[in-house]
Design a protein around this ligand. Sequence first.
Ligand SMILES: [Zn+2]
Length: 435
Amino acid sequence: MQTHIASYAAQDKPRTIEIDDVRLTDELNTLATFSSIEPSSEGTAVTRVVFTPDDMRARMWLKTLATEAGLDIREDAVGNTFFRWIGSEPDLPAVATGSHMDAIPQAGMYDGTVGVLGGLEAIRALQRSGACPRRSIELVLLTSEEPTRFGIGCLGSRLLSGTLDPARADALHGAQRGSEEETLAEVRATAGFTGPLTGVRLPADHYHAWVELHIEQGPLLEREGLPLGIVTAIAAPASYRFTLEGIGGHAGALLMPDRRDALCAAAELILSIERHTLATGVIDSVATVGTCDVYPGAVNSVPSRVTLQLDIRDTDPTRRESVMQSVRRDIEALAARRQVRITETFVNADEPAHCSPHIVEVLNQVCRANGIAAKQMVSRAYHDSSFIARIAPIAMLFIPCRNGVSHRPDEYASPVDIALGVRVLASALGKLASE
Ligand SMILES: [Zn+2]
């Protein structure tokens, strides 16, 4: 079945964009076979870690598809791959779409891949419609969105946007299959990506616009029965580590009034974080203490030391910091009252990204013109687009995924929803390329 949408791509009269959803579904299924584990009964489990033989085979296959579509191919030193449909005015900044193909162990088959293969199908659909875009339209495959191999997410887009120091990146150690001594520099060279990482960064005027299509990875669209989300902002995580040191002792002999129990203090700290995050009254503020290491970790021993890791996210970095300030005030009081030492270590913080009002409006226009009800929403997961936002105006399109499930074999997005997202993407790319 082919689906249709009126396009406002190029030229004067609207063209009809047809998405070949049968072919796209087929290609998503094929890509899922480039995986280091067998499909399981729970769904299609995919493991495709960057620069493994499966990732390299998937890259080769994608390049074949892009060549068939007549696209120009360029690869940079970290393996970001650019597939360009050259416009009638090739010197103008291009319009781009893209995402990632790497998958964490035991992941699903839609995270990232929908944006890559959907982006390719969007370009092919525009070609079939007879559109001749003024600006070039480019599909970008970004390297290592997942932190599985090198411990840092969005490696390709960080380097592309100048957010990560190239020397630091090359020195990152791989943690895959015991290959701890292998650095990114060594791994990428083995994969055939050579040359200095300093050449990866793109100038700020390189792209006219960037739109990433992705599954929502949350439950809101499905819950509200809406087929599409238009992202207006991408929240960013900050992470901290807290170490709490008290005094340990025998669980029977150390009397309650004499205790300086590090785990009891940690419990209060966790609840303080929850309380201050809720107190913002804003749904975009979220905080999670996801790990708790207790020393010595014996049932009959009073905990003397606890380490907690906090992930705190918001669309507003000032609000994120004000939650931290409130927590720090509690920490001071808590440390004095319980006689424990609490130290905070800053691990990492990324900036939230705001989508371009113009691109959001273009996406809304396409939806309105085609009777598509789209939800304006915030992305609470971060994406490559968070980093691309530093060098280009960006926006994202979300399609619903079943039960909001992602990073699991039972991750699922329906062909109908995928096709709708690709149709809107194609139409928007065409429109932006005519500007
Ligand atoms: Zn993703």
